[in-house]
Design a binder for this molecule. Structure first.
Ligand SMILES: Cc1ncc(C[n+]2csc(CCOP(=O)(O)OP(=O)(O)O)c2C)c(N)n1
Length: 366
């Protein structure tokens, strides 16, 4: 089959990418507010985790706020999003109520996944956030399948599939990009390159550390963008989505730094003191505040007010989570599958494998 196929998919009406300096001040301040909200939400999640309010694993978007906000602002509400376990910011960016996200982290029944998913498995069909995946790269084939489904019915939507740079070394990444390119699927693969997969640098794990260049193997269009600049990310994502909608899938690499460890419990000892000190200069929230300040759009009072508002928002989310009940044990096996599965085991931990009557009474009885 020649690539890509000719598409008749209707395009969503979209204005051309806005120039950075032509954005309205209110829009720029909105971006900043969203970045601060993610920052405060994540800091509070880290605290709640160390207080044992949150169980399981917990990975944060600290340092990736500009990328998250830029990407989410480029999506249409009808587009689909798949991401990995580092996903709280994306859920906020999709407009899901902070309380429902925090309740999921707390494992409560008012959480987006009814308390059974936790931090790594946020899911909201209404917001078209189709996960949240704890298995590295688990989202990539599923996102590609969603793009195939859209293509099958010539829908106007696009799929955005987010992952870290370490994930580009798994087989499913290459299989998915290959098939997406061959079939011209409406998907944008976004690689957040924070330079580290757990404690391993991209140079040590990837034979091609310039991740966007990997698309060349599949004759797929690609680009690299500064993930600390929310406006550049927004523009790059809009172009990538326009390409995907016209039948040309896209690989977008956004570079940023992860400000803390891989997960909340990782002290990141693998960083040299110099690398740790340099993180201060890589803080996208402070960087964007300085940029808006230099443009006369944000003063010290504004920074303090926005911060207080974000802290209030997070406190309300925590209050909501704490007031929400734990799910009851009889719902443990609900929601695992979309529809009933024959012979699905509903055995609780400690239950016998088989009914006692299933064992023939043999042997030596007194
Ligand atoms: C299949 C599988 N293998 C290994 C892991 C353990 N693991 C979790 S995150 C991770 C590193 C992923 O790094 P990257 O893709 O760069 O994403 P980042 O965490 O930096 O956002 C690994 C190896 C896993 N969850 N799933």
């Amino acid at each position: 089959m020649s690539s890509p196929r000719v598409k008749n998919r209707p395009r969503t009406a979209k204005s051309p990418p806005a120039q950075t300096d032509s954005l309205e001040p209110e829009r720029l301040l909105h971006f900043y507010r969203q970045m601060v909200e993610i920052r405060r939400f994540e800091e509070r999640a880290a605290r709640a985790y160390t207080q044992a309010e949150i169980g399981g694993y917990c990975h944060l978007n600290l340092g990736e706020e500009a990328t998250v906000v830029g990407l989410m602002s480029a999506l249409e509400s009808s587009d689909y999003l798949f991401t990995n376990y580092r996903e709280h910011g994306y859920a906020l960016g999709r407009g899901i109520a902070p309380g429902r996200i925090m309740a999921e982290l707390y494992g409560r029944s008012d959480g987006v996944s009814k308390g059974w998913g936790g931090s790594m498995h946020l899911f909201d069909m209404g917001a078209r956030l189709l996960g949240g995946y704890g298995i590295v790269g688990g989202q990539i084939p599923l996102a590609t399948g969603a793009a195939l489904a859209i293509d099958y019915v010539s829908g106007p939507e696009a799929v955005m599939c987010i992952m870290g740079e370490g994930t580009t070394n798994i087989g499913a990444f290459h299989e998915s990009l290959n098939i997406a390119a061959l079939w011209g699927l409406p998907i944008v693969y976004v690689v957040i390159n924070n330079g580290l997969g757990m404690g391993t640098t991209v140079e040590k794990s990837s034979a091609e550390p310039d991740i966007y260049k990997r698309a060349a193997s599949y004759r797929m269009a690609s680009a690299r963008v500064d993930g600390n600049d929310p406006l550049a990310v927004r523009d790059a994502a809009q172009s990538a989505l326009a390409s995907a909608r016209s039948g040309k899938p896209f690989l977008l690499e956004a570079t940023s730094k992860r400000l803390r460890g891989h997960s909340v419990v990782d002290p990141a000892k693998y960083r040299t003191p110099a690398e740790a000190a340099a993180l201060k200069d890589a803080d996208p929230v402070a960087g964007f505040a300085a940029r808006l300040g230099a443009a006369g759009l944000l003063g010290e009072d504004d920074i303090a007010r926005i911060d207080v508002q974000a802290l209030l928002m997070v406190q309300e989310a925590v209050d909501f989570a704490e007031a929400s009940p734990h799910p009851t044990v009889d719902t443990l096996f609900d929601y695992t599958y979309a529809s009933p599965v024959p012979n699905d085991s509903r055995r609780l931990p400690g239950d016998p494998l088989f009914e006692p009557s299933a064992y023939p009474q043999t042997g030596h009885q007194a």
